[in-house]
Design a protein. Structure first.
Length: 387
């Protein structure tokens, strides 16, 4: 047993060294949107928002959209069968919106969905419908709880034109209350970076791709040529799969960090976080139990066991695991900077994420369905939409 643990520790340390080098080099290549000089002019742009029961955050989000200083801007908010005050709030905002005829004032359009067609997830249908009504050169797909700094779009478009890319994702600031949720958000940033390797998405030779629900900016011609949201009609992870379609079709994409530019108030409690992440967790591994086993085993061995081994092993095995822990903390720092203090909670966050993935998978397999935004869909139908 001692020899097995020593070999396992050596292998884990070797893998984490490689991971650390990848992170240390890669994270430095991702630019901050706030460092990009805003463009004076740009192509016409439509912001498309899908909103379902978003009364808590829609007013702040929509107000921030109306204060964007991008010229030739239209905003399309699709109210997807909301049963709360979302529709009433949107109607008030529409009435109070700036005069669309005024120079630089965005045009606000509200679209209401009463029924959901077969073969569609609600959000994806709403975004597809919004895109169909837009006539702009650029389309920004964003969520209904995202708050933007006024110059965000001019900076994003300047970056797209400078880098000659077709699709730009922006990683937002995630705002949550309390130490526990902030610790998980910091850890989630590491998990997401391990999964997506965002510094590789600009490399056309790499299969790495990215999409962010808070900010997916894409050229309209590219969006339509890859099939739009119709191609991912049944994907709850539509943001990432949109990025995958862009990459598969040979178009160019990149990602920037939206600190101080794009923000979202995420979940208000651990229970909300668990319920919210469950809707995408099984989809993220293509509804495969084998991938669930592999992904969660890897997460435990790489991100939990080295911490436990500091207390459960000794000698060279403990030393190797101590090196692994130190490297994990350094990886955590490369992603989170001053929030490195939350690294102490990293193994607990990893265990919570493992629980979420397994709970999502087992509920879906046992029930034969996936419930997303209040609507249940057959698991077989969700699995059929492979990208």
């Amino acid at each position: 047993m001692a020899l097995t643990l020593l070999i396992a520790a050596a292998l884990t340390t070797f893998l984490i060294v490689g991971l650390f080098v990848d992170f240390a080099i890669g994270q430095r290549r991702i630019r901050f949107l706030k460092d990009v000089a805003p463009a004076r002019t740009g192509p016409t742009l439509s912001v498309i928002v899908a909103a379902r029961n978003e009364a808590r955050g829609i007013q702040a989000a929509a107000t921030s959209l109306l204060h964007l200083d991008y010229p030739a801007l239209e905003i399309v908010i699709v109210n997807d069968r909301s049963t709360d005050d979302t529709g009433a709030i949107l109607r008030r905002l529409s009435t109070a919106a700036p005069n669309a005829a005024a120079e630089s004032s965005p045009r606000l359009t509200i679209v209401d969905i009463k029924e959901l067609p077969d073969g569609w997830l609600g959000k994806n249908y709403a975004l597809d419908l919004g895109a169909a009504s837009a006539a702009s050169d650029l389309l920004l797909f964003t969520d209904a709880d995202i708050v933007f700094e006024p110059s965000t779009l001019r900076r994003a478009v300047a970056f797209m034109e400078e880098q000659q890319i077709d699709h730009l994702a922006v990683i937002p600031d995630i705002v949550v209350p309390g130490v526990a949720l902030n610790a998980f958000v910091a850890a989630f940033g590491v998990f997401f970076s391990m999964y997506a390797r965002p510094w590789k998405v600009r490399d056309p030779r790499s299969r790495a791709h990215i999409g962010v629900g808070a900010f997916n900016l894409i050229r309209a011609g590219v969006y339509r040529s890859i099939g739009g949201h119709r191609a991912i009609a049944m994907r709850p992870d539509d943001d990432m799969k949109l990025g995958k379609l862009v990459k598969k079709h040979g178009f160019h994409q990149d990602v920037v960090i939206g600190r101080d530019m794009v923000a979202v108030e995420w979940y208000a409690s651990v229970r909300e976080l668990i319920d919210g992440l469950m809707k995408n967790a099984f989809a993220g591994v293509d509804y495969s139990l084998w991938k669930v086993v592999g992904a969660t085993a890897g997460l435990f061995l790489m991100d939990v066991w080295p911490f436990l081994a500091l207390f459960l092993t000794g000698g060279a095995t403990r030393t190797l695991n101590a090196v692994s822990v130190a490297l994990i903390v350094l990886i955590f720092w490369t992603v989170n900077g001053r929030r490195v203090v939350y690294a102490a909670a990293f193994p607990a966050a990893a265990l919570l994420f493992i629980y979420i993935v397994w709970r999502s998978a087992l509920i879906a397999v046992r029930s034969g369905k996936v419930t997303w935004r209040g609507t249940a869909y057959p698991l077989s139908q969700m699995r059929a939409n492979r990208i």
